[in-house]
Structure formats: C-alpha cells, structure tokens
Ligand binder design. Structure first.
Ligand SMILES: [Fe+2]
Ligand SMILES: [Fe+2]
Length: 191
C-alpha cells in the first residue's frame, strides 16, 4: 500500500480514539479514559517512530520546502513525546492528567492536519507511485517489528466486519472508504 495511505490510515485510527476519549472525558469516565489513553500513546509512539525513522528521511531529499515542513514536524513530535512522558508520570484521577491529554490531542490534531494538507500533497506530486508503494512496505515492516498491527492482519475481514469495526472505533470519513482503506485504518477486533 502507498506509504501516504498508510500514514493517513494511522491518523484516522487515532482520530477515532480521540473522539472516544473526548466523549469519555465529558462523561468523567476515568477508567474508559485511562484505557483509551494507553491506546492513544501506543499508536502515537509507533507512528512517530516510523515517520522519523523511514518517512521523514525519505521526504527531506525531495525539496527545500519539504525539508522545512519536516523540521517543523520533528519539533511537533518532540512536543508530543514530552507531553506523553508527563502524562505517564501522573495518575488518571489527577486533574492535570486529563488537561495534558486534551493538549496532547489538540497538538496531534494540528500536526496530522498539517501533514495531510501541506506535506503529503507535495510528496505525492514529487514522487512516483512505485516509490511510495515500496516505502509503504518498509513502514509495514517497521510496524510489525514494533509489535503493531499491520494491513495484512485485517485484509481478510469482510466489508461488513470492517464497517462495524470502523463504526465502533468512530473512524472519521469511514463511509467514503473502500474495503482496503477500511482494512488499513481499523484496529483489529479484540478477542
Ligand atoms: Fe508526524
Ligand atoms: Fe503523521
């Protein structure tokens, strides 16, 4: 799969977790918030890692413009990691914990939007589909190594199963996604 499609799928999966976290936060459901926060942190750790190790180094070679966006991106990842460390030093029932989670979510929303609207279109127009496909393979391999789910784990699910998972996981834009996009985006069913 195209590397950009994989990264966008990651963004949408974590956006679903953000929506669920915000709902739980409004309901003061601390246990639910705590479970979702763990999933959010796991997702963000894997995603920032594969971007920094494989995607950003590939992108900086494209043009000076993409180089600048990547430098900003790395700094934004740094802010995210700092917030994660602070969140992990607190307990979910401490008031600062939810406040920091909210700031983390706002930061990542901004960062993902910037990548999708500014960086990815430039990358798409400056690279060919085969190269993006090859990088996609590398990203999937890196995810697997980090113990994260990959497309191959979900590709055999039926469209009905995928739609149900996407709905449960509050994946944004799910109604416009085809089978493979849904498969790339959803988290696998929990046993
Ligand atoms: Fe990023
Ligand atoms: Fe990203």
């Amino acid at each position: 799969m195209d590397a950009l499609a994989i990264l966008i799928a990651d963004h949408n999966r974590v956006r679903g977790l953000f929506a669920r976290f915000n709902t739980a936060n409004d309901a003061d459901a601390v246990d639910e918030m705590s479970t979702l926060a763990e999933q959010i942190i796991e997702e963000l750790t894997v995603h920032t890692s594969i971007e920094e190790t494989h995607f950003y180094p590939w992108v900086v070679s494209i043009s000076d413009e993409t180089k600048e966006t990547v430098s900003e991106g790395i700094e934004e990842h740094h802010v995210v990691k700092t917030l994660i460390t602070e969140i992990q030093s607190l307990q979910p029932d401490q008031p600062e914990w939810a406040a920091k989670m909210t700031v983390l979510i706002e930061n990542v929303e901004h960062h993902a939007e910037e990548e999708e609207e500014e960086l990815f279109p430039k990358v798409r127009s400056a690279t060919d589909a085969d190269a993006r496909e090859a990088l996609g393979e590398t990203l999937e391999g890196a995810k697997k190594e980090l113990g994260a789910p990959v497309l191959a784990d979900k590709i055999d699910l039926t469209l009905t199963e995928l739609k149900e998972l996407a709905s449960d996981q509050q994946i944004p834009g799910r109604s416009d996604m085809d089978h493979d996009e849904l498969a790339a985006t959803v988290a696998p069913p929990t046993a």
